[in-house]
Ligand binder design. Structure first.
Ligand SMILES: Nc1ncnc2c1ncn2[C@@H]1O[C@H](COP(=O)(O)OP(=O)(O)OP(=O)(O)O)[C@@H](O)[C@H]1O
Ligand SMILES: [Mg+2]
Length: 222
């Protein structure tokens, strides 16, 4: 088992008002799965992904990652998991505009105590993996949206994660480019990486082995 959410609640305090976003979410994802999360805008999909990716914590409930209860993790462990086990991909790519493609891909590796040449070698490998060999020195602004997303996926891959979390990764792309990005995720999943993808696009969700729908703060198999 990769991860399990048990009765997860999440609410935000906005002044005197509490906004309940997640109301008892249960989800189990096995290693090697490809899951898509669908649901209307504002229903809490990104909130859920942030919790799964340790970018946010639940108000209550238990989150078990690779067999371990995460509530007891120390900050250092959380950083390690975020950095080494999980790769993030976002709708707007979130690349640093002043850095080259290669430097962007190296970012998750710079905290590691290893020679720069090692990082660069890894970065070149994943750049090649996503079909962007030759674009090492391009900056994000010199690349198309689809190419930028490939670089963002390469950055996610640099840490050789076991889980990729993608929040509407095709949302800013035309349908053909979006499909190419989806094909890349499908390939990575075939190579053994667990993928969880949030999408509004039924065509994208339809290609996933498993679809879960978020509604009224809970998840249901769709
Ligand atoms: N930091 C925050 N503080 C207060 N409320 C928040 C915060 N983050 C999210 N919310 C609220 O939680 C709800 C769910 O937001 P979330 O971003 O998870 O939705 P979503 O399903 O990802 O929507 P979309 O499909 O539009 O991206 C929204 O009502 C939002 O206002
Ligand atoms: Mg969202």
């Amino acid at each position: 088992m990769m991860l399990e959410l048990q009765d997860i609640y999440k609410s935000y305090a906005l002044g005197a008002v509490r906004v309940e976003v997640l109301n008892g979410v249960n989800l189990r994802v096995d290693a090697g799965e490809f899951v898509s999360v669908i649901g209307s805008s504002g229903c809490g999909k990104s909130t859920l992904m942030h919790i799964i990716g340790f970018l946010d914590t639940p108000t209550s409930g238990e989150y078990v990652f690779e067999g371990r209860k995460t509530a007891a993790f120390m900050d250092e462990e959380l950083c390690q998991i975020r950095n080494r086990k999980i790769g993030f991909v976002f709708q707007q790519f979130h690349l640093l505009p002043r850095l080259s493609a290669l430097e962007n891909i190296c970012l998750p590796l710079v905290y590691r105590n290893q020679p720069e040449a090692t990082n660069e070698k890894i970065a070149r490998q994943v750049l090649d993996r996503v079909g962007m060999a030759g674009r090492e020195m391009f900056r994000p602004g010199e690349l198309s949206g689809g190419q930028q997303q490939r670089i963002a996926i390469a950055r996610a891959l640099a840490a050789s994660p076991s889980l990729i979390l993608a929040d509407e990764p095709t949302g800013a792309l035309d349908s053909q480019t979006g499909q190419e990005i989806m094909n890349l995720f499908l390939e990575l999943n075939r190579e053994g990486i667990t993928v969880l993808i949030i999408t509004h696009d039924p065509k994208i969700a339809g290609q996933c082995k498993r679809v879960v729908r978020m509604q009224d703060g809970t998840l249901r198999e769709a």
